[in-house]
Design a protein around this ligand. Structure first.
Ligand code: MSP
Length: 496
C-alpha cells in the first residue's frame, strides 16, 4: 500500500458535538496514526469536516437571528476546538460552505445533467408547515414525526438523479467486492436491500421558496442542491478536481476507508457509489459502519437531556482515558453503552493498576538501584532465563499480528494484546523481585531484568501511540534513552 486515505462523515453543525461524533473521529484518528507508523506521514491523508447546508441548519440559525453562514462559522469553531483537545490529527478539514467544495458540486451537477442522469419532475410529499419540514415517506397517521401536527400533501417541481438506472450495476459490484462494506453483516444488509427493493430516483433539489441555504443548481436558479447530494461530494472535492474533459484526478482517491455510523449506511453504500460510478470515478475501497453509543440502553437526545459532552469527560478523566475507553470497550461495529461507571472501572483497572503502575514501578526501580541511569546492555533471547525469554517473544509477536487486526478495525483486540504484555511484565516484576536481586548483589541479573523491562515498556508505548498518543509520549519521555526523567503519575487512581 503506497497511500492511505481515510474519511469521517461531515458533522451537522446545528448542535454541539457529542460523544458519538467524538467516537467516529477518535476511531479514524487511531487508524490514521496507525497507518502513518507503517507507511509514513506523507502517505496518509485523514479528512474530516462539517456539513453546513440544509433546512435544519437554516432553521436553527434563524431562531438565533443569525445568517446561516455566521451561525456555521461559530459552530465550526466548536468542532475544531474539540478535535484539538482530543488530539485528532486530521490533515484537512472541509466545510461544505467553502468555495473549493461548491465549485466541485457545480461541476458534478453540470456533468450529470449534460449526460441526462438528472431530470426534472414532479415531487410529492408531506409538509409540516410549523416545522417547515418535508417528509417524503408517507408518515403514520399523516402527522409530523417531530411535532405531531397534521401534515399537508404538496407537490412541486424538482430535479432527480437516476439512481434506479444504476441499481443492477451496484448489485453486481457488491457481488464482486465482498469487503466493500464492513462489517460483513452490514454488507449483507445492503445487498439484500438491493435485491428485494427497487430503488427510486433521488430527488436532489429543493425549491428556493422553501430553502435558500444551499448550493444553487447550475441549470436552475430556482433550486438549491439537496444537502445529502452536496455533502457526499466532499470526499472528492477535498482531494482532487475535474479536468476540462470531465475526468476526475486526485492523488488520494479512491478512499481506502470511509468511516461512518450505521445511521448513514444507505447514503454511503448506495447513493455514493452510484454517484461516483455515474461520474466515471472508482468507488471507495471500503465503507465501514460502526455502531452507536447509547445511554442506559437508549439513544442520546436533546429532549431526554442525556447528551454526553466529550469535553466534560475528557476534562474529568483525561483525553487518553476517554480514547482508551471508547476504543477498548466495544469492538467496532457493535453498539456500546456509555456510562461513567464503566469509564471509571476501565480507568482504575486497566490504566491505573496495570499500565500506570508498571511505568511507575519501573522508574522507581531504576531510580533506586541505578540512580536514574538506565544500564546499557545488549540482550539476546538465547542468553536469558525462561521468563525473560517469554517476554521477548511476546514483544516480537506484537509487531507481527497487528496489521491483520487493524485491517478489520479490531482495535479492542489489539489493545487486549498490548495488555497481555503489560500484565506479563507486571508479573515479571513481582516474580523477579528486583529488591532481593539488589540485596543479594546480583547486579548483572538486575541489569538484564531492567533491560527486558524497558524493552517491554517501550513496546507498549509504541503500540499505544495511535490510541493514546499523549500517554505514549509521556512514557517514552519519562524513560528517556539513557536516563529516566520522572514525570507526573500517569493515571492516579480515582476513588469511588
Ligand atoms: N451530516 C451527515 C453526514 C454527512 S456525510 C457526507 C450526518 N451528520 S451527523 O452530525 O448527524 O452525524 C454523523 C455521524 O456522527 C454518524 O454517522 C456517526 O458517525 C456519529 N454519531 C452520531 N451519533 C452517534 C452515536 N450516538 N454513537 C456513535 N456515533 C454516532 O449524519
Amino acid at each position: 500500500m503506497n497511500k492511505f486515505y481515510i474519511t469521517t462523515p461531515l458533522y451537522y453543525v446545528n448542535a454541539e458535538p457529542h460523544i458519538g461524533h467524538a467516537y467516529t473521529n477518535i476511531v479514524a484518528d487511531a487508524f490514521a496514526r496507525y497507518m502513518r507508523k507503517i507507511i509514513g506521514d506523507e502517505n496518509v491523508w485523514f479528512l474530516t469536516g462539517t456539513d453546513e447546508h440544509g433546512q435544519k441548519i437554516e432553521q436553527v440559525a434563524r431562531q438565533m437571528s443569525l445568517e446561516p453562514n455566521d451561525f456555521t462559522d461559530r459552530m465550526v469553531l466548536k468542532f475544531k476546538e474539540l478535535w484539538e483537545k482530543l488530539d485528532i490529527s486530521y490533515n484537512d478539514f472541509i466545510r461544505t460552505s467553502e468555495i473549493r467544495h461548491i465549485q466541485i458540486v457545480e461541476k458534478v451537477l453540470d456533468i450529470l445533467y449534460r449526460q441526462h442522469d438528472i431530470y426534472l419532475s414532479e415531487y410529492q410529499g408531506w409538509y409540516c408547515i410549523p416545522c417547515e419540514t418535508f417528509w417524503t415517506e408517507p408518515q403514520e397517521g399523516l402527522v409530523c414525526p417531530d411535532c405531531k401536527r397534521p401534515l399537508e400533501k404538496i407537490s412541486e417541481k424538482n430535479y432527480f438523479f437516476k439512481l434506479s438506472k444504476y441499481q443492477d450495476w451496484l448489485l453486481g459490484y457488491l457481488e464482486k467486492n465482498h469487503t466493500f462494506i464492513k462489517p460483513e453483516y452490514r454488507y449483507e444488509e445492503v445487498r439484500s436491500f438491493l435485491k428485494l427493493n427497487k430503488l427510486n430516483d433521488l430527488c436532489i433539489s429543493r425549491p428556493k421558496e422553501r430553502l435558500r441555504w444551499g448550493i444553487t443548481l447550475p441549470f436552475s436558479k430556482e433550486h438549491v442542491t439537496y444537502v445529502w447530494f452536496d455533502a457526499l461530494l466532499n470526499y472528492i472535492s477535498a482531494v482532487g478536481d475535474f479536468d476540462s474533459q470531465g475526468k476526475y484526478h486526485s492523488r488520494w482517491w479512491p478512499a481506502d476507508i470511509q468511516l461512518i455510523g450505521k445511521d448513514i449506511l444507505r447514503q454511503h453504500a448506495i447513493y455514493w457509489p452510484i454517484i461516483l460510478h455515474a461520474l466515471g470515478i472508482e468507488p471507495p475501497h471500503c465503507i465501514f459502519a460502526h455502531g452507536w453509543w447509547m445511554i442506559g440502553g437508549g439513544k442520546m437526545s436533546k429532549s431526554k437531556g442525556n447528551i454526553v459532552s466529550p469535553l466534560d469527560i475528557g476534562q474529568r478523566y483525561g483525553v487518553d482515558a476517554l480514547r482508551y475507553f471508547l476504543l477498548r470497550e466495544v469492538s467496532l461495529g457493535m453498539d456500546g453503552n456509555f456510562s461513567e461507571e464503566a469509564i471509571v472501572r476501565r480507568y482504575n483497572f486497566d490504566l491505573a493498576n496495570d499500565l500506570g503502575n508498571l511505568v511507575y514501578r519501573t522508574i522507581n526501580i531504576i531510580e533506586r538501584y541505578f540512580l536514574g541511569k538506565i544500564p546499557q546492555l545488549e540482550i539476546k533471547e538465547e542468553g536469558v532465563d525462561e521468563q525473560s525469554r517469554q517476554i521477548i517473544i511476546k514483544i516480537e509477536s506484537l509487531r507481527k499480528t497487528d496489521i491483520m487486526s487493524i485491517a478489520d478495525f479490531n482495535f479492542s483486540y489489539i489493545l487486549e494484546r498490548v495488555w497481555e504484555l503489560i500484565n506479563m511484565t507486571n508479573k515479571y516484576i513481582e516474580d523477579k523481585k528486583p529488591w532481593s536481586m539488589f540485596k543479594e548483589n546480583k547486579i548483572e541479573d538486575l541489569k538484564v531484568f531492567i533491560n527486558v523491562l524497558i524493552r517491554a515498556i517501550r513496546e507498549v508505548a509504541y503500540n499505544l501511540s495511535p490510541f493514546m498518543p499523549a500517554t505514549s509520549n509521556s512514557i517514552l519521555e519519562q524513560l528517556g534513552d539513557r536516563e529516566i526523567k520522572k514525570g507526573k503519575l500517569l493515571f492516579p487512581r480515582i476513588d469511588v
